[in-house]
Design a protein around this ligand. Structure first.
Ligand SMILES: O=C(O)CCC(=O)C(=O)O
Ligand SMILES: [Fe+2]
Length: 324
């Protein structure tokens, strides 16, 4: 396994024992649930905790950390893959939800976001990802088409540091790889001219198709010139000049050239450094048989760039503040 992967199979029993002490219904009292998960994070097996702390402090070249072999339920003990969100408030805790929250608690604060558009009625920490029948076959937005490179919440001033994706079910054919484009790998492929443009140019980023006034301002590269953060979304960053187009295309091409596909399988938990990689997802075919791909997702904030204040708690909802 590469240094981006930690095999957690040796800790399965220990992790299950930790998870069994969490409240059985995570959505009944979310604040209490996340507080417990954070407490349990201090009792993770030492080697695993050290790996998480090291990634949190230094990152790595690939921009992700993949935990494999976590204690997912046997498939026949899982409920059918959902087709609608949100899940029932009383749905019992799933093992991969427990893993998501304990690992998230080791990295920072699990956080819910007002994203500035349609999600106002469903602002939660715990998200579910699965293909939806309504999107098939005409738009195929969630499965049959590739999800292009993006940074999650790049239009939000308090963009999450980490995206955690844990997997209860993979897709049937093993095609739905999460695509990882690391800026630490892509940067050497960019010319000085393109780098300068991506650092200095402030792009407008639309975030609500129905509202032309809904714009944020985004620099695709920022921070340390030699080890920058990336904020990217080819479809929503508006290119106004030929140089804009050339620079965004060059960044797309460089990210594509260094892409690592990570195929999530049951028991995997992927930690994406949302400041250092752009990510996407390969297309796949859903079968609508109750066994389709099923991921759990949560966003984590850390104090990187001083973005937390003392009163912040796991489970908080961050109001929408457009990036400027
Ligand atoms: O489905 C995936 O693997 C990635 C989905 C995604 O882009 C996200 O959760 O932000
Ligand atoms: Fe995403």
């Amino acid at each position: 396994m590469s240094s981006s992967t930690i095999d957690c199979a040796p800790y399965r029993a220990e992790l299950l024992a930790l998870a069994s002490t969490l409240p059985r219904v995570p959505r009944a009292d979310p604040y209490a649930f996340f507080e417990d998960a954070m407490r349990l994070a201090d009792r993770l097996p030492h080697e695993l905790r050290d790996g998480l702390d090291d990634f949190n402090a230094n990152g790595n070249v690939t921009g992700y950390l993949l935990l494999r072999g976590l204690p997912v339920e046997p498939d026949d003990e899982l409920p059918p893959t959902p087709t609608v969100s949100p899940p029932p408030e009383d749905r019992p805790l799933l093992n991969m939800e427990a893993m998501l929250c304990i690992v998230g608690g080791a990295l920072g604060l699990l956080t819910a976001y007002d994203q500035g558009y349609g999600n106002r009625r469903s602002i939660t920490v715990l998200h579910e990802l699965f293909p939806t029948p309504e999107a098939h076959p005409l738009s195929g937005a969630t499965s049959t088409t590739q999800l292009e490179f993006h940074t999650d919440l790049s239009h939000h001033a308090h963009q999450p540091n980490y995206i955690l994706l844990s997997c209860s079910r993979g897709d049937h054919e093993g095609r739905a790889a999460t695509l990882i484009g690391s800026i630490r790998k892509a940067l050497p492929l960019l010319s000085d001219e393109v780098r300068d443009h991506l650092f200095d140019r402030v792009f407008t980023r639309r975030f609500d198709a129905a509202d032309p006034g809904a714009i944020a301002r985004v620099k695709p590269l920022y921070g340390d010139r030699d080890d920058p953060y990336v904020s990217f979304n080819r479809s929503f960053l508006s290119a106004e000049t030929p140089q804009d187009v050339a620079a965004l295309d060059a960044l797309s091409a460089a990210l594509t050239a260094v892409t690592e596909p990570v195929l999530l399988t049951p028991g995997d938990l992927l930690i994406i450094d949302n400041f250092r990689i752009a990510h996407g997802r390969a297309p796949f075919t859903a079968r609508w048989d109750g066994k389709d791909r099923w991921l759990h997702r949560a966003y984590v904030r850390t104090d990187r760039n001083g973005q937390l204040s003392e009163a912040d708690r796991a489970g908080d909802v961050v109001p929408f503040v457009p990036r400027r």
